[in-house]
Design a protein around this ligand. Structure first.
Ligand code: GDP
Length: 297
């Protein structure tokens, strides 16, 4: 993650810290390098602009130059700017404050990692939060997707709503709700159907499911490797679905981090988790401070 951003910034900060006193010009030059580094990392341009305006305000000459360690001040400005960009707040991974069964709706494009992530989240809630979790697949057009969730259920030890052929996504949703209620489940994770592209039918179906199930959390799962496309996907989904958060998958293979760094600022939605591998345990709670720390090395 953040290979080039990390290299560039740590190189820059090493050079600065060797210098002692910085001039206003030095600070300007350093911030310009930060700008290039962010653009190279595929961060959305408006987000970079916002970052620069804020950083320049904070770096207004004297405060930095008169500081005991001006280079450290520059690092701090960049660190604070990154935290801001990433959402800033303490990590609040999932809201379970509702009458059980708490519904978590999972949406996303096909191949984004939605089904795997549903199982990863179910496992986390079972293991760490000691919740009784049920999962249900609503992907009636792709029997393979339903089978995949069933297998993931067996692998993780999480219950999956039995598959009944011929039911519509809305019917399965109602059956899942009733079953979860009757059997005393704390959480119901609904894995909606994915599509290869954004289309109206996909959106309408997900919106209908949301209306029926009244989810406490509606997560969009997006592939971080697709960079700014992931950001556009999230924006499009958010126009139709009241999303409450984002989960970015394949963070383990994302060398640039552009989607991760732009997502929050562009969509206004918090990133809740990062998919960090193919294994069912590979789901990390998103923590802006950890990410910013990692970028600055
Ligand atoms: P869906 O079509 O959106 O439900 O996608 P799947 O859950 O079937 O995932 C597609 C592929 O991506 C599978 O091979 C997963 O193992 C893989 N995958 C999902 N999340 C991650 C992740 O965070 N990291 C990596 N490396 N692979 C992932």
């Amino acid at each position: 993650m953040f290979d080039s951003l990390n290299d560039r910034l740590s190189g820059l900060f090493d050079r600065l810290s060797g210098r002692g006193v910085l001039s206003e010009k030095d600070v300007d030059e350093a911030l310009r390098e930060v700008r290039v580094a962010l653009l190279e990392a595929d961060v959305a341009l408006p987000v970079v602009r916002q970052f620069m305006t804020r950083a320049k305000e904070l770096a207004t000459g004297e405060a930095i130059i008169k500081a005991v360690k001006p280079a450290d001040q520059v690092v701090k400005i960049v660190y604070d700017g990154l935290i801001d960009m990433l959402g800033g707040e303490e990590p609040v991974p999932v809201n379970l404050n509702a009458v059980p069964p708490v519904v978590i709706l999972m949406a996303g494009l096909q191949g984004s990692g939605k089904t795997t992530t549903s199982a990863k989240l179910a496992l986390r809630l079972t293991k760490f939060d000691r919740k009784k979790v049920m999962m249900a697949s609503l992907d009636t057009r792709r029997p393979a997707a339903m089978e995949q969730l069933k297998l993931l259920g067996e692998q993780t030890g999480v219950d999956v709503l039995p598959i009944v052929a011929g039911q519509s996504p809305a019917e399965i949703t109602r059956r899942a709700l009733q079953s979860a209620k009757l059997q005393g489940y704390d959480v119901l994770i609904l894995d909606t159907a994915g599509r290869t592209t954004l289309d109206e039918a996909l959106m309408a179906e997900a919106a209908e499911i949301a209306k029926i199930s009244n989810p406490t959390e509606t997560f969009l799962v997006a592939d971080s490797l697709t960079g700014q496309d992931a950001v556009r996907t999230a924006t499009a989904f958010h126009e139709r679905l009241p999303l409450t958060g984002l989960i970015l998958t394949r963070a383990d293979g994302d060398g640039r981090g552009g989607a991760m760094l732009s997502m929050r600022a562009v969509t206004g939605l918090p990133i809740k988790y990062l998919g960090a591998g193919e294994k069912v345990e590979a789901l990390d709670v998103f923590d802006a401070r950890r990410i910013a720390g990692r970028i600055l090395g």
